[in-house]
Design a protein around this ligand. Sequence first.
Ligand code: ADP
Length: 905
Amino acid sequence: MKVDPETQAAAVNPLWWWLPLVALLAGLLVLPWQRELSQPLGDLLQRLLAPPKAPAGVVIVDIDDNSLQQLRPELGPWPFKRDAFALVIEHLRSAGVRAVVLDVLLADPREGDPALARTLARPGPPVLLAAAGLPPAQPVEGPQAALHWTAVIEPSATLGATAAQQGIVTAPLGADGRLRQVQLWHSAAGQRWPAMPLRMWQTLDGAGAGTGADSAPPPWPQDAQGRVTLTLPRCADCLPHLSFARLWQAALRGEPDAALAAQLQGQVVVVGSSAVLVDRAMTVHGQVSGAEALALSYTALRDGQWLRSAPIALQALFWLLALAPALWVWWRGPSALSLALRASALLALLMVLTAALLQSVARIDAAQAAPAAVLAAGAAAIALLRQRWQQRERERLDRARAVAAAANDAKTTLLANVSHEIRTPLNAVLGVAELLAATPLNDRQRQHVAVFQQAGELLSDLINDLLDLTKIEAGKLELHAEVFALRPLLVRVVDMLQVRATQKGLSLTLDLAADLPEAVLADRRRLQQALTNLVGNAIKFTAQGSVQLQVAPAGNGRVRFEVADTGIGIAASKIDSIFDPFVQADSSITRTYGGTGLGLAITRTVVQHMGGSVQVRSTPGLGSVFSIELPLPSATLAPPPNAAPDPGVRHARVLLAEDNEVNTYIFLAMLEGRGLRIDTAANGLTALQMARERRYGVIFMDLQMPGMDGLQATAELRRHEQEHGLPRAQVVALTAHSFAEDIQRCLDAGCDHHMAKPVSRAHLLELLERLLPRDPQDAPAAATLPAPLDDAASPVLDPSAALAGLGGATGLHQRVLDHAAVFLASWTQDYDAAASQLARRRALAHDLRGVAHSVGATALADAAHHLEQALQAAEPAGPQLARAQAAVQDAIAPVVVTLTRRPSA
Ligand code: ADP
């Protein structure tokens, strides 16, 4: 099985074991402050979920500012004489109250104490008195959990109150000053007191009700310090209130008014003051007076409005849920990142909802700050990881893309190279076929040559298509707009294919609208290619009938080309796919009609690049219509040059630089009998030397040659011409491809013209016709030129010495010379290519000396010897090496030229 390395990489768990640990750590760090940190959510839930109604059974009697003012004439300033309380308590008892709680501290003895003591001692509804803790206080944990005060201030002994009649009214508040809990027990100096709400519950509701004793353990869940968490009703001050003054007046009158009696009957009355003592407390719902806080705390205990903390198992569950996303990512790796992040948000919501549900239904205070911290830290880490992972993925993709692009480039280069290699012999085949066709042949031979030519052309088309496709795939398709006459182009397309149509017995017609623009601006070559493809296909897939190319303006500067045939047609289901590369409507097509399935793919891409579109309609069995619609802006043609071709024979001299002997042979054969003198050079160096020595009418320069290539040779020639003020020789580049960028490279190097191989005879003659001067100047160039290299005064080669060295064996001598020509022609290139390989350079220098010596090139052998020595030096670099290299360069060129130069034709 083949495993895609990328998929594999994505599935590898990147060992994010630290992720759950980080989340867990965050939770543990928060744990000590869990209660405080959970409070905002707890308070919010309380505000939303607390019972909306005031609890029943409690009335507040408030010694408010108003009461103080009203009673001042009778009772004097605060604190009142104690018999005032006695009178009011007696009155409340007679009104049928359930109990009276005095939230007023009666610490020191005062006037009227005996009267109050008598009232307290009298049987009847219980009266409870306030005691207060003297700070600072300290919590005590364990079974005797309590708040331990420095001292407790009890009611004055003169009142004779029993322990069971006392409760602590000092209520500890939370860190933020809010009342959320009741501290059940208080202690000081080895004694314990219940809090007043607890004392009220014991006296009125507990198992030992009536005695006030703490005989039964209270049923509420307490924390370690003995506190009970309460949920107070939503309306903070909605308990019924009575003013103390009103009660006092009713007590004085001796009988309660009916309305007052109805309010007091069976109620627990808490007497407190909102005036004198600044006795106020904050709850989550708002501010209340001390008496109200007392009353609300009592009713909350009585009515079961408390919360227990979550059991360990539940808390563990929350922790686990909060850890789940981090654990999931750890387990599943990168693919889980996005999901885990979404799950985190969902879990957060779930935790809030669960907390609300627990609080309202199960009376559980699910303090969730720590699990929330676990969740948040996990989510933050996951988000960070996701970001980093995505970044890495992007980088990886970029790298993969770069690799793919490089591979594609390599493919393009390979294709270009291979096609060049195919073209060279193909050119030979086509060239020879053309030459053969021009000789007298019998019919059978003519047929054979025709097949030969057709097959060659097909192969040539295929290579061009393949190259086009690689260009398109590499995104390197470029358009080169030029102004050209439209009609001649269309006529040419049809003319070119007419032969094929005629051979099949088809009529091929061109139908041009009268109002077509004369000249247009577009990529001429590409337009011709697209139309040739369509018309070619039409002929290919039509057995009898006709093929018609119809061209007409389509408005808005657009032109419509329609190719209609009466051929086999295309099934509707295949119409979409025939434009894909290598797709043919039917796999049997190749067998029957040939082709590769590249044509339409290229046509469509080319047309789209030109801003147009290709459409097809077809009826199987009846024929197809392919149409191209293109923007073709009309333009004005430049006036044609008035150089009328002169069909006369020219006695011009032409230089062909071409390393391939077959190509040279064909070239010479094509121009045979034309009265031209043709010199040939097998490499750039020789060509350059020859062009320097003589003025040629035209120089044909193959681009790919060993040693110095055609571009280099042309550039050198241009430099030379400039240096010596010589006229420019006309250089025609011979290239394997006719892509715009190839042509551009030729022009940049100083070539004047460009001819793509395979060179056709007609094209060659037409070009020469155009380029050769009417009055040929077949003469050596100006006298400023360097003397010919094989000057007898300083022979580059000494053949006699070389021959003597070989014992006079001429056959062997010729082979040595042939080898030297090949070796020396590419020596410079080989040496440059070995720039970083010292050993190879030494070997090359050594061989150079040997080869130079064997052909009698003494100067070159000496230069090579010096180079060899320079390369043997400890630090083979610097001026000495540079000098030695330059000397070899200078010495090698004339030897190569002399060795490879052929006698002029
Ligand atoms: P090729 O001609 O090399 O097979 P193309 O890309 O030019 O490749 O065409 C793709 C396919 O589209 C052809 O193989 C043929 O099935 C179908 N096709 C193209 N032109 C015609 C036509 N004029 N009539 C019928 N079929 C056609």
